[in-house]
Design a protein around this ligand. Structure first.
Ligand SMILES: [Ca+2]
Ligand SMILES: [Ca+2]
Length: 670
């Protein structure tokens, strides 16, 4: 394994050159987790320290500092409660399955040895010879994990779809239209709009698409795949037949309203641009992204970097995960993921589930399914499905940076409280941006969502909230507070253009919504559909969106109780127009300071009419200063709280410019 390092496709060299920076970043992280690290310090005196990787590494060694193991898995087979595995710099192409659990006070720890940069990868290099196939397209003979797509993950090596990387970046399965930027898998301009009058959907779901723009290819499109989205429903279908300018396929819904934009894939002739690949079951075809020769090509082979099912009291710290994820199960207690850097964690193309909007919801993301599991200080980027799933009592996602998730277009989201028992989970201090639909999708209650910074949501899907729930979900015990929710990025030209901050649809309730700041959202900041008590309660929020096409800051249909809405600042109208007794409606200028970062702009000036004009609401306004609570999310003279993670990498993505490519400020060391 370590012998591969010299020619390793994933750029370990570039990682290593950033080592000092990584270390600086991690040092910064430890400040916020010093209490936790102290606890671990006492655990370390308990067990054996094993070493993995570096010069003379071999699994025949005893795993000492001078005679280290070669694989992490070798160490994982000998560890006992309280042991520590220290890993040297390297890319480890394996799935780690610990043989034993830790115990309370004797946690097993996987971590880098000192400043080592450790990658656990689900991908392997392509080793065969590449020959020119045609033009700039190369090909190599190779057996990939599958041809086409799988409906379900049935084992570590049954992928839902193949995935190909060059220099650590995901390439695009040959498609039409092309993806214009390999870093941006959710650019609506990279899809083809269904032409008006070009689509016939029969009552049985047979869809006939006539679009003269569809390129004619020698092999025809039959047998290929169409992915499309319309309104809130994404679908895929095998193309049944094709003729020039026409394809025929199956839709689950027969209404044209569910057809907005699409792409076609699954055909070699669609491979016509740098960065595209195709696999025909025998050959892998690739047009290298820079137009040059093929090198540093990897393909995904394994779903899991760590498989912790049935294991408990294990900490994984400061390890990079590439092209794979981490799973646990309901028996996995006290798992801690700290300082993880995970990229391309889950990938799929097709959406086979009967409940198509939740396709692959139960098999994507970093999955923390047992009690008291924690992910913190981590970066999760690029998932076709979920980012993180919290399924067990007391699970926590704290201080993470999560972006570019749900590029499959479904209801999968950045942090998902897994449906089922309403166990208590906490989603706090995360920075979440660039999601296909919502940042957080709720199907059950008892979730605390606090101090998160959420923006640029809804890149593919529409009629949504950054935090969304529907289907009559019982959200009892849920509180959404002190979040910044802003800059909705859904299609504002759509006929259903709701890009709300919080949208509790179809009688999903009751939630306490307090002290959130909203700006630059679309249609509504808070939107509730609630027919009867117990209603959602909405207190001390600052709803500052004022786009010219904005509808109502707050919308509650068909009703709400006057007692359930109060102390809010609205900068647009509300519906029904029945503000709480202490609400500050749009005709009154709240006199924001209009300076500072993010939501801090919406603090109050000393002459604000919101100061000391709020009602006392037990459990909500307890920390007020002055003679009475203020109206809105920020108490004048009170705590100037901020939202989002403290990781230095968040500075790479400054808002409010939604053109994130312009906003990338370079790497951490800059
Ligand atoms: Ca193409
Ligand atoms: Ca006050």
């Amino acid at each position: 394994m370590l012998g591969m390092l010299g020619k390793s496709p994933l750029s370990l060299k570039s990682l290593a050159s950033r080592k000092g920076v990584l270390h600086a970043c991690i040092t910064a992280i430890t400040v916020s987790t010093s209490v936790f690290l102290l606890a671990v310090g006492t655990e370390r005196s308990v067990g054996t320290i094993y070493y993995v990787g570096g010069p003379r590494a071999s699994d025949n060694n005893p795993g000492t500092a001078s005679r280290p193991f070669a694989t992490i898995q070798k160490a994982a087979t000998v560890i006992k409660a309280g042991d520590v595995i220290r890993i040297r710099t390297g890319i480890y192409r394996e799935t780690v399955i610990p043989a034993n659990s830790g115990e309370e006070g004797k946690t097993i720890v996987f971590e880098p040895d000192g400043n080592a940069v450790v990658v656990v990868s689900g991908a392997d290099p392509v080793k065969g010879e590449w020959t020119v196939y045609k033009g700039k397209i190369y090909r190599t003979r190779i057996a990939l994990p599958l041809t086409g797509y799988n409906d379900k993950i049935t084992g570590n090596e049954t992928l839902l779809a193949n995935q190909v990387f060059v220099n650590g970046k995901m390439m695009i399965e040959a498609r039409w239209p092309n993806v214009s930027n390999l870093d941006d898998l959710m650019n609506r301009n990279d899809f083809r709009r269904f032409p008006k009058d070009g689509l016939t959907v029969q009552p049985d779901g047979k869809a006939i698409l006539q679009d003269p723009a569809i390129p004619e290819i020698p092999e025809g499109w039959a047998g290929g795949t169409i992915w499309w989205i319309g309104w809130y429903i994404p679908q895929t279908s095998t193309i049944e037949s094709s003729s020039p300018g026409q394809i025929v396929f199956r839709s689950r819904v027969a209404r044209n309203v569910f057809f907005d934009f699409y792409y076609l894939t699954g055909k070699l002739s669609a491979l016509d641009a740098p960065g595209e690949w195709f696999y025909d079951g025998t050959y892998l075809y690739l047009w290298p992204p820079d137009g040059g020769v093929t090198k540093n090509v990897e393909v995904k082979r394994r779903n899991y970097a760590f498989d912790l099912r049935g294991k408990s009291y294990i900490t994984i710290r400061n390890i990079h995960i590439f092209a794979a994820t981490i799973i646990t199960d309901e028996n996995s207690k006290n798992i801690v993921l700290d300082g993880i850097r995970a990229k391309y964690i889950s990938h799929f193309v097709t959406l086979p589930a009967k409940d198509v909007i939740y396709s692959h919801s139960d098999e994507t993301g970093i999955r923390l399914m047992g009690p008291s599991n924690v992910i913190r200080n981590s970066i999760i980027e690029y998932s076709a499905g979920h980012g993180v799933v919290l399924g067990g009592e007391g699970c926590v996602a704290d201080n993470n940076l999560i972006h570019d998730v749900s590029y499959g277009g479904t209801y999968c989201c950045a942090v998902f409280p897994a449906p089922g028992k309403p166990t208590r989970v906490v989603i706090a201090r995360n920075t979440i941006f660039r999601t296909g639909r919502s940042a957080i999708d709720l199907l059950r209650g008892n979730v605390e969502i606090a101090y998160n910074d959420i923006y640029w949501f809804g890149l593919l899907n529409t009629d949504l909230g950054a935090i969304y729930s529907a289907r009559g979900s019982d959200l009892t015990g849920t509180r959404i507070h002190h979040n910044w929710i802003h800059d909705a990025a859904n299609d504002k030209t759509h006929r259903y253009p709701v890009g709300a901050g919080i949208y509790l649809d179809q009688n999903a309730k009751p939630v306490l919504i307090d002290h959130n700041v909203f700006w630059n959202n679309h249609m509504n900041d808070v939107r509730l559909e609630q027919a009867k008590p117990p209603f959602n309660r909405v207190f001390n929020n600052t709803m500052a969106s004022t786009d010219v096409k904005f509808w109502n800051s707050f919308e509650s249909y068909p009703a709400h109780s006057p007692d359930d809405v109060n102390n809010n600042i609205y900068r647009a109208s509300i519906r029904p127009n029945k503000p709480g007794a202490n609400d500050l409606t749009a005709e009154t200028d709240p006199r924001f300071v209009n300076e500072g970062w993010g939501g801090l702009k919406f603090r109050l000036r000393p002459d604000s009419p919101a100061i000391d004009r709020g009602a006392v609401i037990p459990g909500v306004t307890d920390e007020f200063v002055g003679s009475a609570p203020d109206i809105g999310a920020y108490e004048y003279g009170g705590k100037e709280w901020v939202a989002g993670c403290t990781l230095p990498e968040r500075k790479l993505y400054d808002y409010p410019d939604p053109d994130w490519k312009k906003q990338r400020k370079g790497e951490c060391e800059d």
